[in-house]
Design a protein around this ligand. Structure first.
Ligand code: SAH
Length: 349
């Protein structure tokens, strides 16, 4: 629950109906459908009287005000830094690929998980996002993506989605039910919050699960990813099995390759032994350097070597292109580097 007044995409259909109490019943559907139609603004819902649109525009303000927006030179990546009503800031990144268009969204302002290499974790936790603040990131990215169709959403921006479970799941339902995105194209990424994974396993929509593993040995993972002390690897693997059995969805492990920290042959063997029984796919991401962590990413030859070693060990592994590094779009860097950002603020028309 939030004490903040609801923003445009916070309200449920019933809450919208209450706000439109003086209007004919069909108005609720007209407004609701208009709100979720790609590229449409509330003020453009032409079958609704202007006075009603204007009233709602005031009662249900947008959640996100752009502070900075920039695109990579080839225009395949666009990032936003948004300010919320209370001044908190979050990031969203839109990425066009040959076969799909993906948006990476935030679920919390800041993060309490304190992973040492993560810019968001270094800054600490600020607050939970509401469902409307999460959904509006997708609405905005979908509008900007046009005429390309936004096909995929990854919950891999700022914050730990499973530590804001209710709003995250409400957003999943909205994206599926009202924006028409397939559950197979939604991916929730978690540091490994076991109770959250168990809850996900019991939900009716089978979304993809990505677990940010980074190390497959408890003593070392305890230090890099502190939540491992509470939910160690064996317990995490059990929850992953449960998720697979319940949903039949693919599981993937994220592995940010850090020079001399998790890129040795032993690391590859430990990872392979952990991933194999779960038939997990491994996504390798060269570490993005962050101000609070003085270690660099594994150099490209080492990345290819690690990938090949995993493949020899029978693991399906791919290297994820590090989109947006040139525009500070990766992993909380936009907010961290805001003071020196080249982006110019833009206003929506
Ligand atoms: N809290 C969730 C989702 C947000 S982080 C999670 O941990 O999965 C999204 C992904 O970015 C995670 O895999 C995280 O470990 C990774 N990440 C964070 N900082 C990074 C960095 N500096 N370089 C590369 N990947 C990073």
């Amino acid at each position: 629950m939030t004490s903040r007044p609801p923003t445009r995409f916070d309200v449920s259909r019933d809450e919208l109906a209450a706000l439109l109490g003086d209007q004919p019943r069909y108005r609720v559907d007209q407004v609701w459908d208009g709100l979720y139609e790609p590229g449409k603004d509330l003020l453009d819902i032409s079958n609704v009287p202007v006075a009603v649109r204007e009233r709602l525009d005031t009662t249900l303000p947008r959640a996100l005000t752009p502070v900075a927006e920039s695109s990579s030179d080839d225009e395949t990546t666009t990032k936003w830094l948004w300010e919320l009503a209370d001044g908190a800031q979050v990031e969203t990144v839109l990425m066009h690929y040959r076969d799909r268009t993906t948006v990476c969204i935030s679920t919390q302002a800041g993060c309490a998980m304190a992973c040492s290499f993560c810019a968001t974790g270094q800054a600490g936790f600020e607050r939970q996002l509401t469902v409307g603040e999460i959904v509006e990131q997708v609405i905005e990215a979908r509008r900007v993506a046009l005429p390309r169709r936004l096909s995929n959403v990854v919950f891999m921006g700022m914050g730990e989605p499973l530590a804001n479970y209710d709003a995250t799941w409400a957003a999943v339902e909205r994206l599926h039910g009202d924006l028409g995105l397939s559950a197979r194209h939604l991916t929730i990424s978690t540091v490994g919050l076991v109770p959250g994974i168990r809850r996900l396993a019991a939900e009716s929509l089978p979304v993809n699960l990505a677990v940010s593993l980074h190390l497959a040995e408890d003593a070392r993972r305890d230090r890099l990813v502190p939540i491992n002390r509470r939910y160690p690897l064996a317990v995490l693997a059990e929850a992953c099995h449960e998720y697979l059995d319940a949903t039949g969805r693919r599981l993937s492990f994220e592995w940010a390759l850090i020079d001399g920290v998790n890129d040795s042959d032993l690391d590859a063997r430990q990872l392979a032994a952990y991933a194999r029984p779960l038939r997990a796919h491994v996504n390798l991401i060269p570490l993005n350097p962050t101000p609070g962590y003085p270690t660099r990413g594994t150099p490209p030859e080492g990345v290819a070597e690690f990938r090949d070693r995993l493949r020899e060990l029978g693991i399906n592994a791919t290297v994820r292109a590090n989109r947006g590094t040139d525009i500070d779009a990766a992993c909380g860097q936009l907010r961290a580097n805001k003071a020196t950002s080249v982006a110019t603020p833009t206003r929506r028309s």
